[in-house]
Design a protein around this ligand. Structure first.
Ligand code: H79
Length: 451
């Protein structure tokens, strides 16, 4: 059977683009130990499309950059740590957080269990800063959230910073200073490394996370972190755990940060993490809010390119969530509810050039979903679609639309152009979506238009 261009592209990208994704023929735990080898465990992640990232920590007290503010000397370290005294979690309602996440349509959530500042959100047994031990909140704020996620069938993600600028045996601290050189004092580095692994083990045992989101790997090599050892300790407990790319080559998927990719990332699995304003944590002066329309454009674009969106919120120190963030999550949720068929459980759609907008395929690639970015009211065009069309449905309604095939020359294998007139009845607050049910699996012509 003739393979469509998209299938060819997928197959080729799996084979060549990344050594992470080319291993086959190993099963079970052994397979999971090889980064990217266990495609079965990635299935829920590929289907999930939307995750909610939560940056919550003492940096919300003053409303300053998480950890980076003292690292970059915007504030002295002593003043930074004073924020411990102001973190109350007084209005923290983990069930309400989880309900909001569920309402957004997200299938997973990732909580900062510890940022680069070293303050753990759970009651770590290691001797170091934590919310329960050092703040007026006086309790583990991570466990009840993970429990609330579990109760709602939302996958659990634990963000954990490999960097810990507060730990006395971590080599770096401020951007231009160091306590010692890890390569010259391996015994001291080992003290840190043992501590770090002990905390990662606690995370794994306590929360059994579906996903571990490491950050800060750039400060040391895979060898220094013992990235293979960290991977092994996580997967020996839960072989199905997914690890993001920030483990110096030992992760399962790519994590572009803040910037929407223009070309598809190399790896088969990827996730764009992005803030709703310009900052990860709560910062009251930051009013650069992306609108729900902006977020839906960004989300559809990521999903159309085969990726996920991990959308960040930054609760206040008391656990309340800013109204603008609540609004974005609710609007996104209403849109997802209407158009979920085109999003969840689909795969990235048409390669560039076929359609001016995002698109996805059903997993069996017999339905093509067109996202009508910009809410066009004229006609839209699809190029290079060789399949016949069974019907075109307007999602969220029971309308169907006719189409015209234009410029099909009988003796040529080049398909005609598909034109679809979008009547004024096709409306949506943000972005309508069409489903094109095809005869057979999608089959694309990607040539130069010659004979
Ligand atoms: O937690 C949020 C941020 O605090 C953290 N990741 C998100 C999820 C983050 N902030 N900045 N970065 C990650 C990237 C930092 C990159 C830099 Fe560098 C570190 C620029 C300079 C030092 C890496 C190493 C890139 C250049 C050198």
């Amino acid at each position: 059977m003739k393979k469509g261009f998209a299938h060819f592209f997928l197959a080729v990208s799996c084979l060549f683009f990344s050594p992470l994704y080319s291993q086959t023929g190993v099963t079970g735990l052994q397979a999971s130990l090889k980064p990217g080898a266990d495609t079965a465990k990635m299935e829920w992640f590929g289907d999930a499309k939307l995750g909610i990232f939560i940056h919550w920590g003492i940096y919300a007290v003053n409303g300053i950059d998480e950890s980076w503010s003292f690292h970059n000397k915007k504030i002295g370290y002593a003043d930074y740590t004073k924020q411990l005294k102001g973190f109350t979690a007084a209005k923290y309602d983990p069930a309400a957080w989880a309900d909001l996440i569920k309402e957004s349509g997200a299938r997973y959530a990732v909580l900062t269990t510890k940022h680069h500042d070293g303050v753990a959100l759970w009651d770590s047994k290691q001797k170091h800063y934590s919310i329960p031990a050092n703040t007026p909140a006086k309790r583990d704020v991570a466990t009840p959230f993970f429990k609330a996620l579990e109760e709602r069938g939302i996958r659990k993600g634990a963000y954990f910073s490999l960097i810990d600028w507060s730990y006395p045996d971590y080599p770096g601290f401020l951007k231009d200073s160091s306590r010692y050189d890890a390569t010259k004092d391996p015994a001291r580095w080992k003290k840190f490394s043992d501590f770090n692994k002990a905390q990662i083990t606690e995370l794994s045992q306590r929360f059994n996370p579906d996903l571990i989101w490491f950050d800060g790997d750039w400060e040391h090599s895979a060898e220094e972190w013992d990235a293979p050892g960290i991977r092994q300790l996580l997967l020996s407990r839960n072989p199905k755990a997914i690890i993001n790319s920030r483990l110096q080559g030992y992760g399962d998927y790519e994590t572009p940060e803040q910037h929407t990719p223009v070309t598809r990332p190399k790896g088969h699995w990827w996730e764009l993490c992005m803030t709703i304003n310009d900052n990860w944590g709560y910062q009251p002066q930051d009013t650069a809010w992306k609108t729900p329309a902006d977020i839906i454009d960004i989300f559809a674009d990521a999903v159309g390119s085969g990726g996920n969106l991990l959308l960040d919120i930054g609760p206040r120190q008391d656990g309340s969530i800013p109204d603008k963030e609540v609004e974005v999550l609710k609007e996104l949720g209403a849109w997802n509810k209407k158009y979920g068929e085109a999003i969840f459980g689909t795969v990235g759609g048409l390669p560039k050039g076929h359609f001016y907008g995002p698109s996805t395929y059903s997993k069996d690639s017999t339905t093509l979903y067109l996202f009508l970015a910009g809410k066009p009211t004229g006609q839209v065009m699809v190029k290079g679609l060789s399949n016949s069309i069974k019907q075109i449905r307007v999602l969220g309604t029971n309308q169907t639309l006719p189409h015209r095939i234009v410029g099909k020359i009988s003796w040529s294998k080049v398909p005609g152009l598909v034109f679809i007139d979008i009547p004024p009845t096709v409306t949506d607050k943000y972005m309508p979506v069409l489903a094109i049910d095809l005869v057979g699996k999608i089959n694309l012509y990607g040539g130069h238009g010659g004979l």
